[in-house]
Design a binder for this molecule. Structure first.
Ligand SMILES: NC(=O)c1ccc[n+]([C@@H]2O[C@H](COP(=O)([O-])OP(=O)(O)OC[C@H]3O[C@@H](n4cnc5c(N)ncnc54)[C@H](OP(=O)(O)O)[C@@H]3O)[C@@H](O)[C@H]2O)c1
Length: 169
């Protein structure tokens, strides 16, 4: 993470060129370097996710406080805590900053109102999907770092790890 960025609450997402982030409860692509970066950035911190993203995981992600947001009273998430909204989740955070919203599309819409940084993996290819990232208002977000990469192979594509800082407050 760039030294100048010390977020308290951040969004982390991998987003196709058409805004798609998921299909049928899973990621539409296989990008191991993105998963490695996700682990490196979020380990030791709290991750907050929507119930459908939670159900896409095999288990609670280790070395992180997992909080699942759901409107279903009594929802049981093994190895995670639950909260009725993003606002309810934030006071339960007990790991050091930054706290990350890790998706999916429904929760990103709430998180963008509160986040002070975005860690976006921009994938330079359109994918078919049923979950999307909200359009970014470029008057609110300043790009402060960009690392371009290429995934080689027949299903390869260009992608970039891009960091944005909030500039509207
Ligand atoms: N590309 C990426 O970086 C990335 C990251 C994460 C997920 N994904 C993908 O995205 C897809 C899942 O995203 P999604 O948009 O379908 O679902 P989601 O945001 O993960 O979960 C939606 C559920 O979360 C709960 N929720 C969301 N907002 C809430 C709020 N304001 N208050 C209370 N509860 C709230 C509700 O649960 P209840 O229905 O239980 O009330 C809602 O049905 C999957 O395909 C996943 O693989 C991609």
């Amino acid at each position: 993470m760039p030294a100048a960025i010390r977020p308290v609450f951040a969004v982390i997402a991998a987003v196709a060129s058409n805004g798609v982030i998921g299909i049928d409860g899973r990621l539409p692509w296989r990008l191991p370097d993105d998963l490695k970066r996700f682990r490196a950035l979020t380990s030791g911190h709290t991750i907050i996710m929507g119930r459908r993203t939670w159900e896409s995981l095999p288990h609670a992600l280790p070395d992180r406080q997992n909080i699942v947001v759901t409107r279903t009273p009594g929802y049981f998430a093994d190895g995670a805590e639950t909260a009725g909204s993003l606002a309810d989740a934030l006071p339960r955070v007990h790991c050091p900053a930054p706290t990350f919203c890790i998706g999916g599309g429904a929760l990103y819409r709430d998180a963008l109102l509160l986040a002070d940084a975005l860690y976006i993996t921009e994938i330079d290819r359109a994918f078919t999907g049923d979950a999307t990232f909200p359009p970014l208002d470029r008057d609110r977000w300043l790009e402060v770092d960009r690392e371009p990469h290429t995934l080689d192979g027949p299903d390869g594509f260009d992608y970039a790890f891009v960091t944005f800082r909030r500039i509207d407050r």
